[in-house]
Each structure stands twice: as structure tokens, then as C-alpha cells.
Design a protein around this ligand. Structure first.
Ligand code: DGP
Length: 140
């Protein structure tokens, strides 16, 4: 049985400031927030990454992420949110978690990360074609 930090939060072995809990999902404050009120939404069942998320947990997980995002304006005065997930690379806890971060204009996050690149001629079409082919192959 997996015993990562977030399994411990699910099991009550580690205390977090929870904002929602039901049988399928838990949401709690990230203890090192990008901005105050930054929430992590996780499945109660141990799942490593998005690719491991069972079909029946997609709806509960992302519905809760959306509800948390919606609550950030009345609760925190946020003007918007940033919703993100690291999978394997930059993932510091091996238990799937969706970050829901409150945003406001001028909060300084823009440009702080996510540097953008540009496609050379033909590369954009080539990348789209490679992804279409992989999706078709996966669909059988
Ligand atoms: P990531 O780097 O995307 O894997 O994000 C993991 C986040 O989890 C990071 O922002 C800090 C947070 N975190 C790690 N350990 C704990 C913990 O024990 N309690 C809480 N509340 N948050 C944690």
C-alpha cells in the first residue's frame, strides 16, 4: 500500500487545512502556497499521475477542482484562478494533485514561469499530426 504524504492526509495521519472531503476526493490548503488560499485537490484512492486516474474518478476530481475555483472569488476576492498539475516531471508528491491557485491582476505570476517558445516553419503542423496519430492509435 502506498504511503505518500497525501495518503497520510487522506488517512488522517497528517493534518492539513481541509476545505472539502468526501469518499472520493479531498481538498486542502497547500502548505507552501503560490498565493494564500492555494488548494490541492486529490483523489482519496492512491493514484500516481493523471494517466493512472480511473475513468470513474475523472468527474469527481475535476468537478471539485471547478467548484474550488468558483469559490475563490467569493471566499478570497480572487479575480481568476490558475489550475495546474505536474505529472512525473516537477511532481514532488507521487499522488495525483490538482493545484487551484487564486489569481488577481498584477499578482506578479505572469512571466514568472511558463516561458514560451516559437515553432519553426512546418513544426506546428508536424506536432499536431504526431499527436493526432497517437490519439488515433490509442483509440484503436
Ligand atoms: P508539486 O510540486 O506539483 O508536486 O506540488 C506539491 C505541493 O504539495 C507543493 O506545492 C507543496 C505541497 N505539499 C507537500 N507536502 C505537503 C504537506 O505535507 N501538506 C500540505 N498541506 N501540502 C504539502
Amino acid at each position: 500500500m502506498a504511503t505518500d504524504t497525501f495518503c497520510q492526509i487522506v488517512n488522517g495521519e497528517l493534518i492539513a487545512h481541509e476545505v472539502w472531503r468526501d469518499d472520493e476526493v479531498v481538498a486542502f490548503l497547500d502548505h507552501r502556497p503560490v498565493f494564500k488560499g492555494h488548494v490541492l485537490v486529490i483523489p482519496t484512492r492512491h493514484v500516481d499521475t493523471l494517466l493512472d486516474l480511473p475513468e470513474e474518478l475523472i468527474q469527481p476530481l475535476f468537478t471539485l477542482a471547478r467548484r474550488i475555483a468558483a469559490a475563490m472569488t467569493p471566499a478570497l476576492g480572487a479575480e481568476g484562478t490558475f489550475v495546474a498539475m505536474n505529472n512525473v516531471v516537477s511532481q514532488s508528491v507521487p499522488h495525483l494533485h490538482v493545484h487551484v491557485v487564486p489569481r488577481s491582476k498584477g499578482d506578479g505570476l505572469r512571466g514568472f514561469f511558463w516561458p514560451r517558445t516559437r515553432y519553426a516553419a512546418g513544426e506546428e503542423a508536424e506536432h499536431a499530426a504526431r499527436l493526432r496519430a497517437a490519439l488515433s492509435a490509442a483509440a484503436g
